[in-house]
Design a protein around this ligand. Structure first.
Ligand code: NDP
Length: 436
């Protein structure tokens, strides 16, 4: 706390990690003697810069851009870019820290990083978004590279933004290196399944957790928050597993679909959010059986399985208590840190099966790793190949968690499993390098 004053999100992420890893740490002197925890909670470096751009009225604006290069023990830095007015060093450090361990769980050669800008893309025209992305890359390109640091998307950065960012990189670098950024469009080096990967991966991981406890997604009522990249494909994959998906949300409220999404209402969701970039209220007005509840949280709706896929700290202690009262039995984090530390305790104390973000949402970066592999091979794999590989990665992450997880009242503690397993991997690499 003294080293990083006022960085509340970063403190929260580190405390959550350290709380579960400490018994293992204290049991292994080699880590303590090398002060591994102290070292791995400090990023390798942070670059911060000005992003100047011009709006459609010719007015100049200046935003703050960042790249946090957290830890490269496992490989080149890897992690998304977030465009949101809330972006600051604390949020990106929490995300970069989490990313380091998440990437270690995929077992692909990827270190951890994160970046972005405090830019609000909402209400901006396509031309403004393009100018912003081009200006952002004009500085960012000095700090990234196929073997150095490989960004991708996150909140506010989807396929359109990645296209503009990659285009500018290509122009500035003067050579074509597809592997410098992931989440690219399929025609210029992107991977099949990448846009679906995080949402699909969350559902695959959740099914693995349920199977381990003698249950399944089939027939379960599932509540989902968010209606962005992760949420949309979590809805689709949960439907494929035979679940009844009853909610999606955005920053202004949630849509309730009491009888569950159908292929028809899912197609409306995709069209409204992905193609037309309109509001969720618009979705509810067009989809049969859906209603929109402004200013309300989806977590008041009873469900068996919860998949928060919007943003950090959307579920606090009280909300978690409501979910337990309403009968939730499993929750997997699609978003990064969607639960406060107290909310996690409430769920775990009530024997809810809990899938932490590090493990549950690693499918996105896992598939980004597969995109890099395809770019390096100068090949494109088929949809089936990528999806099978993604599922293999998610099942392997589940196994790694189980290997390190204590079991309490018959419930596997995936949070401790994910943290200890990934800690050991990163720590062993850092030990091998000596004091650097
Ligand atoms: P998108 O920008 O595509 O979607 C974000 C969604 O969350 C939107 O529905 C948005 O609503 C909602 N949202 C944003 N801020 C808030 C808020 N303060 N309160 C309530 N709802 C909010 O982002 P992604 O789907 O890509 O990312 C969602 C989460 O998943 C993030 O935590 C991200 O870090 C994490 N993640 C993403 C990965 C990826 O591959 N994209 C990989 C791993 C994790 P609105 O439209 O109103 O803003």
């Amino acid at each position: 706390v003294n080293r990083n004053p006022h960085e509340t999100e970063f403190h929260q992420a580190v405390f959550e990690f350290v709380e579960t890893v400490m018994p293992y740490y204290l049991d292994h002197r080699k880590y303590m003697d090398a002060r591994i925890l102290e070292r791995m909670t400090e990023p390798d470096r942070i670059v911060s810069f000005r992003v100047t751009w011009e709006d459609d009225q010719g007015v100049p604006h200046a935003n703050k851009g960042f790249r946090v290069q957290f830890n490269s023990s496992m490989g080149p830095y890897k992690g998304g870019l977030r465009f949101d007015p809330s972006v600051n060093a604390s949020i990106l450090k929490f995300l970069g820290f989490e990313q380091t361990f998440k990437n270690a769980l995929t077992r692909l050669p990827m270190g951890g990083g994160k970046g972005g800008a405090n830019f609000n893309p909402k209400g901006r025209s396509d031309a403004e978004i393009m100018r912003f992305c081009h200006s952002m890359m004009t500085e960012l390109h000095r700090h990234i590279g196929e073997s150095v640091d490989v960004p991708a998307g996150d909140i506010g950065v989807g396929a359109r933004e990645i296209g503009y960012l990659f285009g500018k990189y290509k122009q500035l670098a003067h050579f074509y290196t597809g592997g410098v950024i992931t989440g690219k469009g399929i025609p210029y080096g992107g991977s099949e399944i990448r846009k679906e990967a995080t949402g699909y991966g969350v559902v695959v991981f959740t099914e693995e957790m349920l199977k381990k406890h003698g249950k399944t997604m089939n027939g379960k009522t599932v509540a989902i928050s968010g209606s962005g990249n992760v949420a949309i494909y979590a809805v689709q994959r949960a439907m494929r597993m035979g679940a009844k998906v009853v909610t999606v949300s955005d920053s202004r409220g949630f849509a309730h679909v009491p009888n569950g999404f159908t292929d028809e209402s899912f197609a409306v969701l995709q069209d409204v959010k992905e193609n037309r970039r309109e509001s969720l209220a618009k979705f509810a007005s067009e989809a049969r059986g859906a209603t929109y509840h402004a200013g309300k949280s989806p977590w008041t709706v009873p469900c068996d399985v919860g998949l928060p896929c919007a943003t950090q700290n959307e579920i606090d202690e009280q909300m978690a208590a409501t979910m337990v009262k309403n009968g939730i039995m499993c929750l997997s984090e699609g978003a990064n840190m969607p639960l406060t530390a107290q909310a996690i305790h409430v769920l775990k104390d009530a024997d809810v099966i809990f899938g932490p973000a590090k493990a549950a949402n690693a499918g996105g970066v896992g598939c980004s790793g597969l995109e890099q592999a395809q770019n390096a091979q100068r090949l494109s794999w088929t949809r089936d190949q990528v999806e099978q590989e993604l599922e293999r990665i998610m099942r392997s992450i589940h196994e790694q968690c189980v290997e390190y997880a204590p079991v309490r009242s018959g419930i596997v503690d995936y949070q401790t499993g994910a943290n200890v397993s990934s800690f050991a991997r990163v720590a062993d690499a850092m030990l091998a390098f000596g004091y650097i």
